[in-house]
Design a protein around this ligand. Structure first.
Ligand SMILES: Cc1ncc(C[n+]2csc(CCOP(=O)(O)OP(=O)(O)O)c2C)c(N)n1
Ligand SMILES: [Mg+2]
Length: 655
C-alpha cells in the first residue's frame, strides 16, 4: 500500500472525527473503521463526474450504513461535488448541505437517502436491475452505453435487517452481476458485540443465496480491498459481497468498542487519535497532496470516463440512430400518454371490481409506456398488477414483469431503486393490508420526492372470508398521514383510469392507488378531471343542500343511493367523491369552498379508520375495530354499510 493511501486514509479519519466532534453529534466508529474502504472505492473504481453529476452511466454508490454520512460528505468534497469545506464544518447544522444522514436531492452527488438500515442495500438491488435491463435494451457490440456498477457500503446492522435478506435473495436469483456490496465487518454494533445477536456464517448465507463471497482480512489494506473489488467486477452471473474485516473506531482510544459507534470524540480523544495515527496536519483541513490525489484519481479519472462515454455515444448515435433516439427518450423519461383513443373504457351501469380495472389499464399502459417496469409480491393474479414483456430474469433481461416473490418490503425498496436509477419508472403491488410490510419504503419514496408507484387491491373489510388478518382498517390513515404521498382510493373505472394516468406523470411524490376486491358499479357521475383535483361534487339534490356527504372508493355508489333516499325524506345532501385528500388539499380556497361549503353539515363515510376524515367532516361513519371473517354480503350488514344502514345513520347526524 502506498504512503499516499495511508496519508489520505488518515486525513479522512482525523477530518471525519473532527467534523463529528465539531458538530457535537455523529458516528465516528464507522468513519475511523471504514475510511480505507471508501477511499479505495472512490480513488480506484467509482466512476463519477462532479461536472456532470447526472451522467447516466456513472457508477451508483449507496451508503446503506447511512450513519457513516461523514465519509460520504468528505468523498463528495474531495471529488469536486458541491460540498465545500464550510459545508463539512456545518455538518448536521440547521440548513446545511450535510444533514445527519445523506439525503438525495439535498446534497449533490448523494444517490439515495439512507439511514434506515437495510433499505439502502435493498434499494441498490433495484438500481442494479435497472442497469441490467437498460444494458440489455440498448447495448450493442462495442457500445456499452449502459454498463456500470452499483456499489453498496453496508454494516452489520444492515445485514441483520430482514429487508436485506429479502433483497439479497432476489438479487442472487436474478444474477445481478454488477452489484457489489462492501461489507464493513467490524463485529460491533451500537449496543455491543454483533455476536450477542448473530452467529450465522456470512459466507455460507450469501453463497446459499447465489452470491459470490470474498473476504478481505485486513480492512486497512487498500490494495487487498482493491484486489477484491477487481475480482468482484469479473463476476459473470452473480452479485458479490466482499466482507472486509475492520476495527470500529480505528485509532481512537476506545477502538474496537461499541462506545465509539455514535459518540463524538472529546478534544483529548482527538489528540490521542492524532498521536496514534501519527497525524499532525491542521484541524479541519485536507493536506494538499490528499486533495491532489483525489483530483487525479477521482475528478480527472471520472471526467475522462464520462468524456469517453460521450464520444462512444456519438458513434453509437451514428451507427444506431433509432436506438440512440430511444435511449435519449429513456434518459429524459420523456414518455407521455397522449392518445387515449384505445384506452379500455367501461360503460356506466356495468359492474367491475376496481382491481380488474387497475390491471387492465395498467396492461394497456405497459404497451404505451416502454419505461415502466414492476410486478407483484406473488399476487399478480389477485391484484391484477404485472409488468409487460414477460418475466424479468437472466433468460429474459428485457422482461418488465418482476416476480418479487412474497418479499413486500424489498419489493417496495427495489421499486424505489428502479426509479432512482433513472430511465425507468418502478411500480409494485400487493394486498393493501400487507402494505404494513413495506411502509418504510413508501415513507422513503415520499421523503426522496420519488414518483414510485404502489398499487394495492383488497382495500377494505369487503375482503370478506379471509377475515381480520386480511382486512385493512388503519392503513389508509397511516398513509394519508405521511407527508408528500398521494393516496388515491378511486370509486370506479373512470376514477381508476384517471388515477393511473396521473400517477405516471412526472411527479415529485409517490402515489398509492387502492382498489377493491368486489365489483362496484361504474357510475355516470364520476369524472376524470374532478378526480384529478382530489374531490368533486357528484350529486346535488333537487333542493338547496344543507349537508355534504363525502365518500370514496366502493362507498361512493352506496352514498349516492343513500342521498337519493334521504332526498325523498326531505334531507338534502350533496355527495362529494374524494379519492385523494392529498390532491384536494392542494386546490385553491375557492375550489375547496365550492366542493365543501363551510356552512353545510358534513359527514364522511369510509370502510376504514375514521380518523383521517375529521379534517373535513364533523361526523364520520367509519370502522374503528378490526374486521371479521364472513361472506361479503354479511359484511355490509355487520358493519352497517348497506344503503338502509347509511340512511338511518345520516338521519341521526344531518339536518
Ligand atoms: C432500521 C434502523 N434501526 C436502527 C437504527 C439505529 N442504528 C443506527 S446505526 C446502528 C448500529 C448498526 O450497527 P453496524 O451496522 O454494525 O454499524 P457500526 O456500529 O459498525 O458502525 C443502529 C442500531 C437505524 N438507523 N435504522
Ligand atoms: Mg458493525
Amino acid at each position: 500500500m502506498k504512503t499516499i493511501d495511508t496519508k489520505c486514509v488518515n486525513a479522512l479519519r482525523v477530518f471525519g472525527a473532527e467534523m463529528i466532534t465539531n458538530a457535537k453529534s455523529g458516528h465516528p466508529g464507522i468513519v475511523l473503521g471504514a475510511a480505507p474502504i471508501i477511499h479505495t472505492l472512490y480513488t480506484r473504481h467509482l466512476n463519477v463526474n462532479s461536472e456532470d453529476d447526472k451522467w447516466f452511466n456513472r457508477d451508483r454508490f449507496v451508503l446503506s450504513a447511512g450513519h457513516g454520512s461523514t465519509l460520504l460528505y468528505m468523498m463528495l468534497h474531495l471529488s469536486g461535488f458541491d460540498v465545500t469545506l464550510d459545508d463539512l464544518k456545518n455538518f448536521r447544522q440547521k440548513g446545511s448541505k450535510t444533514p445527519g444522514h445523506p439525503e438525495v436531492g439535498h446534497t449533490q452527488g448523494v444517490e439515495i437517502t439512507t439511514g434506515p438500515l437495510g433499505q439502502g442495500f435493498a434499494t441498490s438491488v433495484g438500481m442494479a436491475i435497472a442497469e441490467s435491463y437498460l444494458g440489455a435494451k440498448f447495448n450493442k457490440p462495442g457500445y456499452d452505453v449502459v454498463k456500470h456498477y452499483t456499489y453498496v457500503l453496508c454494516g452489520d446492522g444492515d445485514l441483520q435487517e430482514g429487508v436485506c435478506v429479502e433483497a439479497a435473495s432476489l438479487a442472487g436469483h436474478l444474477g445481478l452481476k454488477h452489484l457489489i456490496v462492501l461489507y464493513d465487518s467490524n463485529d460491533i454494533q451500537l449496543d455491543g458485540e454483533v455476536s450477542l445477536a448473530n452467529s450465522e456464517n456470512t459466507k455460507e448465507k450469501f453463497e446459499a443465496m447465489g452470491w459470490n463471497y470474498l473476504l478481505v482480512e485486513d480492512g486497512n489494506d487498500c490494495d487487498k480491498i482493491d484486489d477484491a473489488i477487481k475480482e468482484a467486477k469479473k463476476s459473470e452471473n452473480k452479485p458479490t459481497i466482499i466482507e472486509i474485516k475492520t476495527i470500529i473506531g480505528y485509532g481512537a482510544n476506545n477502538s474496537g468498542e461499541s462506545s465509539v459507534h455514535g459518540k463524538p470524540l472529546s478534544q483529548d480523544e482527538i489528540t490521542i487519535l492524532r498521536n496514534n495515527l501519527g497525524y499532525n496536519e491542521a484541524p479541519l483541513t485536507f493536506p494538499e497532496e490528499v486533495k491532489e490525489f483525489y483530483k487525479t484519481n477521482v475528478i480527472d479519472r471520472g471526467y475522462k470516463e464520462d468524456s469517453n462515454w460521450n464520444e462512444m455515444l456519438v458513434a453509437y448515435g451514428q451507427e444506431y440512430p433509432h436506438e440512440y433516439a430511444d435511449f435519449l427518450q429513456f434518459i429524459d423519461e420523456d414518455f407521455v400518454v397522449s392518445d387515449l383513443d384505445n384506452i379500455p373504457t367501461y360503460e356506466p351501469g356495468t359492474k367491475e371490481s376496481t382491481r380488474k380495472v387497475m390491471g387492465k389499464i395498467l396492461d394497456w399502459l405497459g404497451s404505451e409506456l416502454p419505461n415502466i417496469i414492476g410486478g407483484s409480491a406473488d399476487l399478480s393474479s389477485s391484484t391484477m398488477v404485472k409488468g409487460a414483456d414477460g418475466i424479468y430474469g437472466p433468460s429474459n433481461p428485457l422482461g418488465r414483469n418482476i416476480k418479487f416473490g412474497v418479499r413486500e418490503f424489498a419489493m417496495a425498496a427495489i421499486t424505489n431503486g428502479l426509479t432512482l436509477h433513472g430511465g425507468l419508472r418502478g411500480f409494485c403491488s400487493g394486498f393493501f393490508v400487507f402494505s404494513d410490510y413495506l411502509k418504510p419504503a413508501v415513507r422513503l419514496a415520499a421523503l426522496m420526492n420519488l414518483p414510485s408507484l404502489f398499487f394495492f387491491s383488497h382495500d377494505s373489510v369487503c375482503v370478506g372470508e379471509d377475515g381480520p388478518t386480511h382486512q385493512p382498517i388503519e392503513q389508509l390513515a397511516m398513509f394519508r398521514a405521511t407527508p408528500n404521498l398521494n393516496v388515491v382510493r378511486p370509486a370506479d373505472a373512470t376514477e381508476m383510469t384517471s388515477a393511473l394516468l396521473q400517477a405516471f406523470e412526472k411527479n415529485t411524490y409517490p402515489t398509492i392507488i387502492t382498489s377493491s376486491r368486489q365489483a362496484v358499479p361504474n357510475l355516470d357521475v364520476t369524472q376524470a378531471e374532478g378526480a384529478k383535483r382530489g374531490a368533486y361534487v357528484v350529486f346535488t339534490p333537487s333542493k338547496v343542500a344543507k349537508n355534504t356527504i363525502i365518500a370514496c372508493g366502493t362507498e361512493l355508489a352506496t352514498c349516492i343511493e343513500a342521498a337519493k333516499e334521504l332526498e325523498k325524506q326531505k334531507i338534502y345532501a350533496n355527495v362529494v367523491s374524494m379519492p385523494s385528500m392529498f390532491l384536494f388539499d392542494q386546490q385553491d380556497e375557492e375550489y375547496k369552498e365550492s366542493v365543501l361549503p363551510k356552512n353545510l353539515r358534513t359527514v364522511a363515510v369510509e370502510m376504514g379508520a375514521s380518523m383521517p376524515w375529521y379534517k373535513y367532516a364533523s361526523y364520520v361513519k367509519g370502522i374503528d375495530t378490526f374486521g371479521a371473517s364472513m361472506p361479503i354480503n354479511d359484511i355490509y350488514e355487520a358493519f352497517g354499510f348497506r344503503v338502509e344502514d347509511l340512511v338511518e345513520y345520516f338521519k341521526t347526524v344531518l339536518k
